[in-house]
Design a protein around this ligand. Sequence first.
Ligand SMILES: [Zn+2]
Length: 388
Amino acid sequence: MSDVPEPSDKKEEETHTPDPEEEESDDNSEEGEGGASGEAEMDFLRNLFSRTLGLSPGEKVLDELTLEGMARYIQSGNCKNIICMVGAGISTSAGIPDFRSPGTGLYANLQKYNLPYPEAIFQIEYFKKHPEPFFALARELYPGQFKPTVCHYFIRMLKDKGLLRRCYSQNIDTLERVAGLQGDDLIEAHGTFYTSHCVSFFCRKEYNMDWMKEKIFSDEIPKCDKCSSLVKPDIVFFGENLPARFFTSMKMDFPRCDLLIIMGTSLQVQPFASLVSRVPKSAPRLLINMEKTGQSDALMGMLGFGGGMDFDSDKAYRDVAYLSTCDEGCLAFADLLGWKDELEELVKREHDLIDSKDKQDKAKPANQNAGAAEESAGAETGKSDKAE
Ligand SMILES: [Zn+2]
């Protein structure tokens, strides 16, 4: 007999309980940050045990469950690994509609596209057959016409001060990048407009944002110049997997988090929402949002999703809800940290920069068009000299 691979003897499933925390124990070791992966693994195991066995009740590190208490915690110097989790609410003040909020949101404006049902516009199978509605919508919502908000620049300040471990965003508007976060600072959990790919499994050619932008605004359905398949921005559609980096980074980051800041998200989309329960029990969690969210309810408890937010019970010891817009909350927080002037200067400087670049860009198409006209005129007359 030749080397027939033996049937898998990993019968893991027989001992698996439906514990949502458990899937992370399977492949935790692939991502190494230099030589730190062993240490990270220990951190992770310690944390996993203390959470699943309920060993540590959670140390109280805040002197007060308020924004002031949070600020003093950061100033104490004991907080060096801040994770931000952000959602649509941090971009609404930039003029980007929150497509999940009923009435005001995007779904309410979709009738004109004749969709069988509103979610179809973000469904991969529907998109492959009818890409037009998505691209029409993309034209309306195209990122780049918008400026990052005070809240985006607050996250940038955390990075500049060496306090940001990573920002996990549900947004696809790329404003975190515009505000100065780089690829490594950022997990775009639902993908991004920053890059696009040919949808053909055999091709997968990558296209950049400028290329996609040009197609979208020229009313053309973007087609791959290599194989003529559709090209789709790298945002995660329904029916597609989240980016692999989301899962690998999550396993590295959350066990080490010493402050979780959640902003502008209703924490209703999994698996993003369940991340709040992955930080150590002692790690304070600050919610800046228009309403309280993320509290575990009876149903979630029954399903095994423990660790929801607890702002108000007599057991509350680490969660603070600051109810306001994300910009107001960040300004108030920056003020308490003594960073307010710096934040306002950063916002002004960056916005001025974007405005002046915008002006240049607006001047450019006119020149380019003139250039194109000259070229075609040149082609007609058989000349191609540049006009001086
Ligand atoms: Zn292709």
